[in-house]
Design a protein around this ligand. Structure first.
Ligand SMILES: [Zn+2]
Length: 429
């Protein structure tokens, strides 16, 4: 029996099987993955292209993105990035934040992102302006992307009086979860305690920026793992950066990773920022400063790669396209075999979906139809060659349809012109 589908992707290649299949969608969900002939209201032959679940951006800062035209960092250190961005933040307005956020969201959607967690700074400098700017975007972008907002105390909690009350207010106003930043506080352990108290009081997840240094000077992740277990918050806590873990010997990494795995804490690697900001004091043999991605994956820890920042003092480059992060990680984390490249694809899809606790995510009947059709056939190509996205689908509806035409004029007979070009004048579109 096969009911009429609303959308049928014919001739799709999936990551977990050989041969081509049709992906049938009814309403918001996938209803069939097979070769059964069926009718559909809209049928698209994807010509053997790869189809994956939508990309999941688990860690980005929409509120401080795109500052390249107003802030220039010269030292390139974390301390400078926090200071310069803190100064720029004084001039942020709700409209300014919202405008920059929309520009990033638009490119992320075009890149195939169907879910995103953004940190929103909540502190005595910017108050709740970031939240005020971004909350309406959750509704505005709902047809294209699920947006989670994490109330984030970048300036610390203990050393920035008033922040705890602002976090409380942000959670009351509708922030989805609470963030932490113990490395930038005068009392990191008290900072962690306050974040867990807020998470459990409001019944929300917690997401920490943690252990962001070249040397293992904090290792707050151990305290976070312990408090996660104490609070019964397994599966609800993520930590970003964790670069210090790379600085301890392998056997100690294994001990700490075992604590992280036992606590059900997820790890988010931010390769562009971490490669840019870490190792700044190294004079020769500059460290990579990336958390040990492969070791964490091998231990069964959910590991996501994420963009973090797009064009600001923390990361002066960026496109909000997660395939770029996987490409960077392939070389920076020494993960280049076909199996490694496939594993990296899961760090921008399945793993972050788990961290964000997205319901019914995946490519199976019953899952929401959040999909990307790539201009390639093999899963490892997503990471290796950054293929264009041909279609993006959110909850069963096509959100992005991309056409890209390249004409190799050097191969054409000299002087060949299309009739439309005869006048010699053209406007590029
Ligand atoms: Zn961040």
């Amino acid at each position: 029996m096969s009911e009429t589908a609303d959308l049928l992707l014919r001739g799709a290649r999936l990551t977990d099987r050989d041969g081509l299949v049709d992906v049938a969608v009814a309403g918001q969900r996938i209803v069939g993955i097979d070769t059964t002939a069926r009718s559909a209201r809209e049928s698209i032959d994807v010509g053997g292209r790869l189809v994956t679940p939508g990309l999941v951006e688990s860690h980005i800062h929409l509120d401080k993105a795109l500052l390249g035209d107003r802030v220039v960092s010269t030292a390139g250190t974390l301390e400078e990035a926090i200071r310069l961005t803190g100064e720029a933040k004084r001039a942020f307005t709700v409209d300014d934040i919202r405008d920059r956020a929309r520009r990033v969201l638009d490119v992320a959607v075009r890149a195939g992102t169907t879910a995103m967690r953004s940190h929103v700074e909540v502190d005595p400098i910017v108050g709740l302006a970031g939240l005020e700017a971004l909350l309406p975007l959750r509704e505005e972008y709902a047809p294209a992307l699920d947006l989670q907002l994490c109330a984030f105390p970048q300036e610390g909690i203990v050393k920035a009086p008033g922040t705890e009350a602002l976090l409380r207010r942000a959670l009351t106003l509708g922030a989805d979860l609470v963030g932490g930043c113990p490395y930038n506080d005068s009392d990191g352990l008290e900072h962690i305690r306050i974040v867990f108290a807020l998470a459990t009081a409001f019944g929300v997840d917690a997401d920490f920026h943690v252990d962001f240094a070249d040397e293992p000077e904090h290792l707050h992740v151990r305290e976070i793992a312990a408090q996660t277990v104490r609070a019964g918050w397994q599966g609800r806590v993520a930590v970003g950066h964790l670069t210090e873990l790379a600085a301890v010997p392998g056997f100690r990494q294994d001990e700490i990773i075992a604590e992280i795995a036992a606590a059900g804490v997820g790890v988010i690697c931010l390769p562009a920022t971490d490669l840019y900001l870490m190792g700044r004091r190294d004079d020769g043999n500059v460290r990579r400063g990336l958390t040990p991605v492969r070791r964490l994956l091998d231990a069964g820890v959910p590991v996501a790669l994420a963009s973090n920042n797009v064009r600001n003092p923390f990361t002066p480059v960026g496109t909000a396209d997660l395939s770029h992060m996987a490409f960077v990680a392939a070389v920076a984390a020494h993960m280049g075999t076909p199996a490694d490249l496939r594993a990296l694809l899961t760090t921008i899809t399945l793993h972050p979906a788990r961290l964000l606790r997205l319901p019914d995510y995946g490519l199976a009947p019953g899952c929401y139809a959040d999909l990307v059709v790539w201009d390639c056939a093999q899963p490892e190509d997503v990471v290796a060659v950054l293929p264009p996205r041909r279609l993006v689908i959110k909850r069963g509806r096509v959100t992005i349809e991309a056409h890209h035409e390249v004409r190799q004029r050097w191969r054409e007979p000299h002087g060949a012109v299309l009739s439309s070009e005869r006048s010699g004048h053209r406007t590029m579109r």
